[in-house]
Design a protein around this ligand. Structure first.
Ligand SMILES: [Ca+2]
Ligand SMILES: [Ca+2]
Ligand SMILES: [Ca+2]
Ligand SMILES: [Ca+2]
Length: 351
């Protein structure tokens, strides 16, 4: 038995060399926007957006605000149902809207159309209607979601409003829900959407993030529901990156096949196929299990053997590795020592 396991591992190592390079990771730039309220059923409070690479100045400008944390706590201050939901410029002090920091204007990169589900930068009207520094190249931090198809309007004024991102998955269901809120005049601003007439819609946390390979519904876990969603989406045609499981730029049957293989080979269910999964197979090697019972029996034939090992090896190194455990915080001993040293130094200097 022992020598057999040794031989198995030797075979595995040989196979590993050939498949170790297969580790899909989307090249897309993804930002997660978490709001202070979740309005739909089942409740979601986050929207995932994909930033387009063909508007690089606008993308980098937006990412600067994201990575500086400038959008955290920012109010969606304007909602015009059927048109746009706008935010990105102001927090609320308790009695007034307060400007967030501005990195200065970005050159206009209009190219994509202002269709439903896209995000575009807001900007100032050109003079004489707007200020002297208004015009096509005046976008800074404010942006908006297009509730509907605004291409006939927004593609054709002020140089065209630069579409730089799109909402992924069912995120527009949440944005649409914000669009059903009654709007109010608040502190000099018109069309401010308020929940129950008294609560702002706030982006509580906006951060750049990575797609979890195979997590097509953004639940944070790779499960059968993701394959079901992909299968359903496949028939309608899609090009959203969360469905491109093998990250080759197109969404097709091969992605569903890979996701199903990932679900099979990921025996411990952590979203990644690797040594932990193989160890479960080896620990149960050559043992009988009731059909369909026991995670190591991936093939469901009631026996853990070579077919199950192959299910793991077929998708070796596929998935998103779980995050490493949090770094341990150094004990405060160093600080205490530093304090002692300082006081020692001080007392010595006094002499
Ligand atoms: Ca999921
Ligand atoms: Ca693909
Ligand atoms: Ca695993
Ligand atoms: Ca089996």
């Amino acid at each position: 038995m022992r020598s057999m396991r040794f031989r198995l591992l030797a075979v595995c190592s040989a196979v590993l060399v050939s498949v170790a390079g297969l580790n899909p990771a989307s090249a897309s730039t993804i930002v997660k926007m978490q709001f202070n309220v979740g309005l739909i059923t089942p409740p979601i409070d986050s929207v995932y957006i994909e930033l387009f690479d063909d508007t690089p100045l606008t993308r980098d400008n937006f990412l600067n605000y994201v990575n500086d944390g400038d959008y955290n706590g920012v109010v969606m201050h304007r909602s015009v149902p059927g048109f746009v939901l706008q935010g990105g410029g102001y927090t609320w002090s308790g009695s007034a809207f307060v400007d967030i920091p501005s990195d200065g204007p970005v050159l206009n990169e209009f190219g994509r159309s202002n269709v439903r589900g896209t995000l575009a930068m807001a900007k100032l009207a050109p003079p004489p209607e707007g200020p002297a520094h208004g015009g096509p190249d005046s976008a800074t931090n404010e942006f908006f979601f297009n509730y509907g198809d605004n291409s006939a309007n927004l593609d054709n004024q002020n140089g065209g409003f630069t579409v730089f991102a799109r909402v992924l998955g069912n995120g527009m269901a949440l944005i649409d829900a914000f669009g059903t809120l009654q709007t109010f005049n608040v502190a000099g601003f018109q069309n401010v959407p308020l929940l129950n007439g008294n609560q702002f819609i706030v982006m509580s946390d906006v951060s750049e993030t990575q797609l979890i390979v195979g997590d097509t519904d953004f639940s944070g876990v790779v499960e059968q529901a993701d394959a079901d969603l992909l299968a359903a989406t496949l028939t309608g045609g899609t090009d959203e990156p969360q469905y491109d499981v093998d990250a080759n730029g197109t969404v097709n049957q091969a992605d569903l096949d890979l996701l199903n293989a990932l679900l099979l080979g990921d025996i411990d269910g952590d979203g990644f196929v690797g040594i932990n999964d193989m160890n479960v197979v080896l620990a149960n090697w050559n043992q009988s299990t009731p059909p369909g019972d026991g995670d190591a029996d991936t093939s469901g034939d009631g026996f853990v053997g070579i077919d199950d090992l192959n299910a793991v090896l077929a998708v070796w190194n596929v998935g998103s590795p779980p995050p490493p455990p949090a770094a341990t915080v150094p004990e405060p001993a160093g600080i205490a020592l530093l304090g002692l040293g300082s006081s020692f130094l001080l007392s010595r200097n006094r002499r």
